[in-house]
Write a protein that binds this ligand. Structure first.
Ligand SMILES: Nc1ncnc2c1ncn2[C@@H]1O[C@H](COP(=O)(O)OP(=O)(O)OP(=O)(O)O)[C@@H](O)[C@H]1O
Ligand SMILES: [Mg+2]
Length: 249
């Protein structure tokens, strides 16, 4: 096991799922063994993959009703714990003492089977995201370049701080990844300063790699093909390649 990584941002549509999928498939293509975990009731990561849709089982896992080995699906690019709608009920169901540690405990049983575990999280700071961060060695915060602003930043910083102080001291924030970067997005001085302040606050960096906006992303998702196969030469695929190199440094 090298690393358990969560992709986070409580803001919807910031590129979490796209990044989780690209990172996981990119690592698989480099020869690593990958477990994907779709912790989102929207199950967008699951929809983008060629898996047999089924009831997730993750909620049962988080309430100690099943073991992780009973719900892992094997697919061409690795293993996956699929997401499903019942995850929207997680905050009402995952309530017992130690509820923040369920995913960490579950992963302890299987982590030696993988090089990387990539966790896609929902757009909320719910018990699911808490479980993800408690179980993780590191987190990546994705942010749509044009929508980055300081609102939301404080909330996510506080949650990370609380987790580091009380539940997972060794959690590393690997960096902030700017996604859906449009040519007209200007990395002007104010924006760069804001980003740096945010990253500093979390003791992290802004990834040098940025992910451009491209129609290829939604096309590949609709066809359920990884971008590295669907459009290996496109700009956005190259951006994710550069990001993965930076991730691995
Ligand atoms: N680089 C990109 N270029 C173009 N479209 C993109 C790009 N990245 C993501 N998208 C599109 O933007 C939408 C949101 O992306 P994504 O699902 O990855 O975000 P998310 O943070 O997981 O959203 P949610 O919070 O709802 O789970 C999707 O329709 C996706 O196809
Ligand atoms: Mg998503």
């Amino acid at each position: 096991m090298r690393e358990i990584v969560s992709i986070i941002n409580q803001k919807g549509g910031s590129g979490k799922t796209t990044t989780a999928y690209a990172l996981g498939t990119g690592l698989y293509k480099k020869g690593f063994k990958v477990l994907f975990i779709d912790l989102d009731g929207q199950a967008n990561l699951t929809s983008a993959m060629q898996v047999i849709p089924s009831k997730s089982g993750i909620l049962d896992l988080l309430t100690n009703k099943v073991r992780i080995s009973e719900i892992v699906q094997k697919i061409a690019i690795g293993d996956v714990l699929v997401g499903s709608e019942d995850l929207f009920q997680a905050d009402m169901n995952v309530v017992d003492v130690g509820k923040e540690y369920r995913l960490k405990e579950a992963l302890a049983d299987v982590k030696e089977e993988y090089d990387y575990v990539i966790i896609d999280t929902p757009p909320a700071l719910s018990i699911l995201t808490i479980n993800a961060l408690v179980a993780s060695d590191s987190a990546i915060i994705t942010s749509q370049a044009e929508r980055f602003n300081s609102s939301g930043v404080d909330r996510i910083s506080k949650v990370i701080e609380t987790i580091r102080n009380h539940r997972n001291k060794s959690l590393v924030i690997k960096g902030v990844l700017l996604t859906r970067f449009k040519e007209r997005t200007r990395l002007n001085r104010d924006f760069a300063k804001l980003l740096k302040e945010f990253a500093d606050k979390l003791g992290t960096k802004v990834f040098k790699a940025t992910i451009r906006d491209s129609i290829v992303i939604s096309e590949a998702q609709a066809k359920r093909i990884a971008i590295f196969d669907y459009a290996p030469k496109s700009n956005v695929t190259e951006d994710y390649r550069v990001f993965i190199e930076e991730f691995l440094q």
